[in-house]
Design a protein around this ligand. Structure first.
Ligand code: PHB
Length: 373
C-alpha cells in the first residue's frame, strides 16, 4: 500500500534488501501495481477511426508496449468540444468506450495495467472542430499565438476563445466525470487527468491564461479550483483517488503558455489536490532542470511521483536510485522501441522514431517497429 511512494516522499533512499532501487523494481502507485518503474508516457498519434473511435491498430500498438510497468494512453477528449487535433480518440460515446475496451483487453492480455489520459483542449482548438462551429472555450478570452492543424491537416490561425461562465465550467466538470465512468466501464485500471501542456486545465492553473476575477482566478488555490472540481467528479466515478493520476508541466511553454512564478504556484497546486489520495502525480520537468520542483509537488500532494522529461535509461535510473522519482515515463523512446524495458536492461541501442509517421496515418511508424533481436 503506497509503500514506494511514501518512503521516497520522506526523502529517504528506498532499499530493496540491501540494494538501491532500480528501474526494474516493482512499485505501487496508489493501488496500481507496476512490475517496473518504466512507464509509457501519453502520446498523441492521431489514428482514431470515424467517430474518434480507437481501432484494432491501437490495440496492437499498446499491447506491443505492455512490457512497461504502466501504459498511459494518448490524450483522449472527454467531449466533442474537447478536441483540437485531427483523429484524436474520445471517451464520451458508447462506440469509443467499446473501442477502448478492446485496447484495454489486449494490453491486459499482454501483461500491463493501462490508464486513460483524459483531456479537454480548451482554447487549443478551432471552430472547425467544434459543434455548430462555435468558438473554443477557455478561462479567459486570450488567443494563443500561432496556428493549429484543422481537421484536414491544413494550418489555420487560432481564434480568440470564449470565456467560460459558471454553467460552462460545471458542464465540463460533469463531462470529465462521465468520461472517467466510461473509462471504468471499458476496464481501464485508472485515469490520468491531463492538467499540463497548455490544455484546458493548465489554462486555468497558469496566470498567463487565467485572468479571471471570480473564484477560479487569482491565487493558485483559486486557479486549482477547476482541477479540484474535476477530481471530485472523477474520484466519485471511481470510488476514490487511488487509481487517479494528475499530469502537470510547470516549465512548459508549449501552446503559448506562461506563469509568473511556477516554482511557487505548482507546489500549491499539489497542496490543493492533497485530499484525494491520488495514485500519482506525473510531472514534466527537464531531466537537467536546475531547481527541480517535481518532488515538492508530489510531496505536497501526498502522492508518488512519475517524472517525464528527456530521460534516457541512465538518467532515469539515477532519478529512481536517488529517490528523485518513483517511476519515469518515456515518450519518444516508446515510439520506436516497443520493448523498451528489455533494451534498457540489456543496454541495447535505442531505435530513433521516424518523425514523418508520428502523427496520423496507419500501421507504418505505429505498429511496425520490431522488438530487438
Ligand atoms: C500534441 O498533439 O501536440 C500534443 C497533445 C497532447 C500533449 C502534448 C502535445 O500533452
Amino acid at each position: 500500500m503506497h509503500r514506494g511512494g511514501r518512503l521516497s516522499i520522506a526523502g529517504r533512499r528506498q532499499r530493496n534488501g540491501s540494494r538501491t532501487l532500480t528501474l526494474f523494481d516493482p512499485v505501487d502507485l496508489g493501488t496500481l501495481a507496476l512490475k517496473s518503474r518504466i512507464v509509457m508516457a501519453p502520446m498523441t498519434r492521431n489514428r482514431a477511426g470515424p467517430g474518434n473511435v480507437p481501432g484494432p491498430l491501437a490495440a496492437t500498438y499498446y499491447a506491443q508496449r505492455a512490457s512497461a510497468g504502466l501504459v498511459i494512453t494518448e490524450a483522449t477528449q472527454v467531449a466533442p468540444e474537447g478536441q483540437g487535433y485531427p483523429d484524436t480518440p474520445g471517451l464520451h460515446s458508447t462506440e469509443q468506450t467499446d473501442g477502448w475496451r478492446r485496447v484495454v483487453d489486449a494490453v491486459h492480455e499482454a501483461g500491463a495495467p493501462i490508464v486513460a489520459q483524459l483531456f479537454h483542449v480548451g482554447r487549443i482548438s478551432h471552430p472547425l472542430f467544434q459543434p455548430e462551429r462555435r468558438l473554443p472555450v477557455a478561462p479567459s478570452p486570450i488567443r494563443p499565438a500561432g496556428s493549429c492543424y484543422g481537421p484536414d491537416w491544413t494550418k489555420i490561425p487560432y481564434e480568440t476563445p470564449a470565456e467560460l461562465d459558471r454553467g460552462g465550467i460545471d458542464r465540463i466538470v460533469r463531462q470529465f466525470g462521465a468520461a472517467a465512468a466510461n473509462a471504468r466501464a471499458a476496464g481501464f485500471d485508472g485515469v490520468e487527468i491531463h492538467a499540463g501542456n497548455g490544455y484546458l486545465v493548465d489554462q486555468f492553473l497558469r496566470d498567463g491564461t487565467n485572468r479571471r476575477s471570480d473564484g477560479y482566478g487569482g491565487p493558485p488555490e483559486n486557479r486549482a479550483r477547476f482541477l479540484v472540481e474535476i477530481l471530485e467528479a472523477v474520484t466519485a466515478a471511481w470510488g476514490g483517488g487511488d487509481r487517479i493520476g494528475v499530469r502537470l508541466s510547470p516549465w512548459n511553454g508549449y501552446n503559448d503558455m506562461a506563469d509568473s512564478d511556477p516554482a511557487a504556484a505548482f507546489p500549491r497546486f499539489g497542496g490543493a489536490v492533497a485530499g484525494f489520495g491520488l495514485a500519482y502525480v506525473h510531472v514534466i520537468e527537464p531531466a537537467d532542470a536546475g531547481t527541480p520542483i517535481a518532488r515538492r509537488i508530489s510531496a505536497a500532494a501526498g502522492a508518488p511521483l512519475i517524472v517525464n522529461g528527456g530521460h534516457d535509461g541512465a538518467s532515469a535510473a539515477r532519478a529512481v536510485a536517488a529517490g528523485a522519482a518513483d517511476a519515469v515515463s518515456f515518450a519518444r523512446w516508446y515510439i520506436a522501441n516497443p520493448d523498451l524495458p528489455a533494451r534498457l536492461r540489456a543496454g541495447l541501442p535505442l531505435a530513433e522514431p521516424d518523425k514523418a509517421t508520428i502523427y496520423g496515418g496507419g500501421a507504418k511508424g505505429y505498429t511496425d517497429y520490431p522488438p530487438a533481436g
